[in-house]
Write a protein of this length. Sequence first.
Length: 256
Amino acid sequence: MLIYYLESIKLIYLERLKKTNLSTMVLKKLFYKLYKFSILYNFKDFLAKSSHRLLLEKILKKTINNLEIKTNHKLKTIVDYGAGIPRYKGLLRNSDWKFFDKYPQDPIVKYADVDNIPLEKADLLICIEVICCLSYEETEILLKEITRIIDKKGVAVLTYPFLVPTTLNEKIRFANPDILKKFMPDKFKFHSKSFGNLFSIIHDTIFQYHNFIKFRFIRLIFCFLLLPLKILSIIFESIDFLKLPSGYIIEISCID
């Protein structure tokens, strides 16, 4: 349904854009970014996910796609720590995925605590929205375990929320991700980047309460009314405007 809706809008806008010279290329670029991003999800998923989650998945996909180019080798073995229920295998289907969690919720996810992930090494380790649920001490232990596994040739990608959502069972949030550097050996380099904007923050601040609505139909209407904010958050993220940190993505690798 969303795809058909976007197709109709696309045809209308493209006709109008032919008749104007002002910012034509910019408008076309923005529209195609939104269109391309939206068709990755069916309408139900698009409504059900927060702006934070949609932006996170977009930047995670882009980061992982760039890693094979930057590291100059294929990411054959991938660890997803804190997987719970695996959701990112589709990013690299041909790789050998290993899923671990302290509280597994799926048969393919194996138990592992922060101090003992049962694997010698991996080309890539992802840890998505996990740090916020750990204590300060557990975070330090986990980062040491992560650097052990990626060692000299691997890469780790971590994310954590900052401003929203606030309904997670979190223990800690780092205002400055650079504080995590002190938990790692000097031979590792650390790069962090925020994602989120004014519209994603406004959307998610309201959206996080949709689970408290008991009636499914009313919950659906509630999510639908917030849809313009969600679309605006995607557009403004693509042009890097009105930035506010909804969360951070961190890349860790060994210094050459």
